[in-house]
Write a protein that binds this ligand. Structure first.
Ligand code: CFM
Length: 559
C-alpha cells in the first residue's frame, strides 16, 4: 500500500459543500448524526486522520447498504468452506438468499472429496415452530443431514426468529454430538438482529470457529514456509490466483479462512507459523486469538493490486528469512510483472486522471483504491458499509473506541496461552529485525491515512447521499453492489460491483490486476452511459418534507 497522502485531489468540487448539500435534506436530528459519519479527509504527519463515527446503528427509514449478522456469519465467514455442512435454522427465505449469491468458489482436492456448497439446507421454520418451538425440527434436520451426507462437521446458523422464540441451538448441537460422536456439531447465535450490521456476524463466526474447530487436529501440512491467509474468501476465484502465485514462490498456504477451504485445514491451522490478514474487518478477531493461544504472529497483507501483491510476497519472504526463498519470490515477481506493466501502461494512457468512488463492505473500499491508482485513477470519495473506526483510521485508535451496548451484545472471548501448544514463532530479536524492515505486526494502518487529502469519506452511505455524490462529482466509475447498481447506472454512471465482481474475476494477484485494468478501461471509456437518461430525469419527481421538523419548529415557536 503506497502512501498517497501528498496527492491532493485536483477538483473543482468542494467536499465540504457536498457534505452540506447531503445534510440539507435531513431533519435536524438525522443531520447531526450523519454529520459525524461524513468526513473530509486530512492526513497529518503521523498518519493521524479526523475521527469518523462508524459501526453505529443505521437511522430507521434510511435505505442502508448494510446486511445482517446472519449474512456476516453464515454467508461471509463460513460460507466458502466446502465440507462443513451448513444448516440454516429459520424460515426458508434466509437460507435461499444466502445460497451461492456471494460467488465464492471452491475446488475439492479430488472427485471423492465432499463439496456441500451447492446445497442450501434449511429447517424451513413454519408458524407451528414459531409457536411451539423449533428445536425438534432442527434435531430431525441434523439427523437427516447426517444420514444423507455423513459430514465431518455441521454448523447450525440462527436466524432472527430463533432468538425471538428462544430455541437453544447450542443445546441441540451438544445433544446431537453425543448421539453422533464422529461429527463435530456447533451452533452460531448469529440472529440477523444481533448487531448493527453483518460485522457482528463476523465476530460470532470467528469465536465459534476458534473454540470448536481450530486446534482439533494435529496434522500440519508439509512445507517449510507455512502460513494461513485470513480474510480471503475466493470471490470470483481470487484465492485460486493467490494460491497459484504463493505456490510458485515455494510457500505453503496451510489454510485460507475461508476461501477454497475445508474443515481439516481450519482444524489444524494452529500448526502454521504465520497468519497474514487480507480483510481486517471480518477476521481480525481470529488473528488476535490465535496469537494469544498459540503464539502465531500476524500482519496485514494485500493481494489486490499488482504492486501490493509483490510487496506482500516480499513481506512474507522477509518473515521466513531464507535466501533461497527470497530469490525465488524475486524471480516470480520479475516473471509476472512485465505482462502486468505492459497492460497497465496501455490502459493508463486511456484512464489516467479519471475518477472513482468506492462504497463497499469493510475492506474493499480501501484495497481497490490501489488498483485504481495503478492505472492513474483518483479515488475522490470512499466509505465502508459496516467497518469500525480502526478500519478507517487505523488500529492505533482501538483504545479510544467507545464500546456501546450493541457491541457489548457480541461475546468477547477471554483467550489465554495454550499450556502445551503455545509456541512463540519469533523472539524479540527477530521481531526487531523485521520491524527494521518495516514489518508491523498486529497492525492495520486503515483506509484514511492512505487516501488523498480532501477526499470525502462516508460511512454507511445511502441512496440519497449516493445521488448527491454523483451529481456533484460526476465520477467516471462508481463501485458498490447489486442494490446500488441500477440506480447509479440509470443516472449515467457505470457501476462496477466489487462484491460479486459482476460475474467476472479474479481481481487479486497479478492476473487479477490485468483483468481489473481491462474491465475498468472498458467501463470508463464506454460512451454508452452518457446516452442514458433516468426516468426521473425526464418526468418530474414527487417531493416531500418532514412533518416532524415542521412540528418541532411550531412547538418551539409556540412554546
Ligand atoms: Fe471482508 Fe469480504 Fe469486505 Fe466482508 Fe462482505 Fe465480501 Fe465486502 Mo460483500 S469479508 S469486509 S462482509 S472483504 S461479502 S468478500 S465484498 S461486503 S468489502
Amino acid at each position: 500500500m503506497s502512501p498517497r497522502k501528498d496527492i491532493s485531489i485536483d477538483s473543482k468540487v468542494d467536499p465540504l459543500e457536498v457534505k452540506e448539500e447531503i445534510l440539507k435534506k435531513y431533519p435536524a436530528k438525522v443531520a447531526r448524526r450523519r454529520a459525524k459519519q461524513i468526513v473530509v479527509n486530512r492526513v497529518e504527519s503521523d498518519d493521524k486522520v479526523p475521527e469518523i463515527q462508524a459501526n453505529s446503528r443505521t437511522i430507521p427509514g434510511i435505505l442502508t447498504m448494510r446486511g445482517c449478522a446472519y449474512a456476516g456469519c453464515k454467508g461471509v465467514v463460513l460460507g466458502p468452506t466446502r465440507d462443513i455442512l451448513q444448516i440454516t435454522h429459520g424460515p426458508i427465505g434466509c437460507g435461499f438468499y444466502s445460497w451461492l449469491t456471494r460467488r465464492n468458489q471452491t475446488k475439492p482436492k479430488s472427485a471423492d472429496h465432499p463439496n456441500y456448497m451447492t446445497y442450501a439446507l434449511s429447517t424451513d421454520m413454519q408458524e407451528d415452530e414459531i409457536i411451539f418451538g423449533g428445536e425438534k425440527k432442527l434435531k430431525k434436520a441434523i439427523e437427516e443431514a447426517i444420514a444423507l451426507f455423513k459430514p465431518k462437521a455441521i454448523g447450525i446458523f440462527s436466524t432472527c426468529p430463533v432468538g425471538l422464540i428462544g430455541d437453544d441451538v447450542h443445546a441441540v448441537a451438544r445433544e446431537m454430538e453425543e448421539k453422533y460422536p464422529g461429527v463435530n456439531i456447533f451452533g452460531f447465535s448469529c440472529e440477523g438482529y444481533k448487531g448493527v450490521s453483518q460485522s457482528a456476524g463476523h465476530h460470532i463466526a470467528n469465536n465459534k470457529v476458534f473454540t470448536d474447530v481450530v486446534g482439533q487436529l494435529e496434522s500440519p501440512k508439509e512445507g517449510q514456509f507455512r502460513f494461513n491467509i485470513l480474510g480471503e474468501y475466493n470471490i470470483g476465484g481470487d484465492a485460486f490466483e493467490i494460491e497459484r502465485i504463493t505456490e510458485r514462490c515455494g510457500f505453503t498456504v496451510h489454510s485460507t479462512f475461508s476461501g477454497n477451504s475445508e474443515y481439516d485445514e481450519f482444524a489444524s491451522a494452529h500448526t502454521a507459523d504465520l497468519n497474514v490478514v487480507m480483510c481486517h474487518r471480518s477476521i481480525n478477531y481470529m488473528a488476535e486469538m490465535m496469537e494469544k493461544r498459540y503464539g502465531i504472529p500476524w500482519f496485514k497483507v494485500n493481494f489486490i493490486g499488482a504492486n501490493a501483491t509483490a510487496k506482500s510476497l516480499r513481506k512474507i519472504a522477509a518473515y521466513f528469512d531464507d535466501a533461497e526463498l527470497t530469490s525465488r519470490v524475486e524471480q516470480v515477481i520479475a516473471e509476472e510483472m512485465p505482462e502486468v506493466e505492459r497492460v497497465r501502461e496501455e490502459i493508463k494512457s486511456r484512464c489516467a486522471g479519471k475518477t472513482a468512488m468506492l462504497f463497499v463492505g469493510g475492506s474493499r473500499a480501501h484495497h481497490y483504491q490501489e488498483l485504481f491508482a495503478e492505472i492513474g485513477m483518483k479515488t475522490v470519495s470512499a466509505g465502508y458499509e459496516f467497518a469500525h473506526r480502526d478500519d478507517y483510521e487505523g488500529r492505533k485508535v482501538i483504545g479510544d473506541i467507545v464500546i456501546d451496548a450493541d457491541t457489548r451484545n457480541i461475546e468477547e472471548l477471554t483467550v489465554t496461552a495454550d499450556e502445551t501448544r503455545y509456541r512463540a514463532r519469533k523472539d524479540d530479536a527477530e521481531r526487531q529485525r523485521l520491524a527494521a524492515q518495516g514489518i508491523r505486526f498486529s497492525d492495520y494502518v486503515g483506509m484514511m491515512p492512505e487516501m488523498s487529502q480532501n477526499s470525502l469519506v462516508v460511512d454507511d452511505l445511502n441512496h440519497h447521499e449516493a445521488e448527491v455524490l454523483m451529481e456533484k462529482y460526476k465520477p467516471d466509475v462508481f463501485c458498490a453492489g447489486i442494490k446500488e447498481k441500477y440506480v447509479i447506472q440509470k443516472a449515467g454512471v457505470p457501476l462496477k460491483q466489487l462484491h460479486s465482481y459482476d460475474y467476472s474475476g479474479p481481481y487479486a494477484g497479478f492476473r487479477g490486476a490485468i483483468n481489473f485494468y481491462r474491465e475498468i478501461d472498458r467501463l470508463v471509456n464506454s460512451k454508452l452511459f452518457h446516452f442514458v437518461k433516468a426516468p426521473w430525469q425526464e418526468s418530474p419527481e414527487l417531493a416531500g418534507s418532514y412533518a416532524w421538523d415542521e412540528y418541532e419548529t411550531r412547538v418551539s415557536n409556540e412554546g
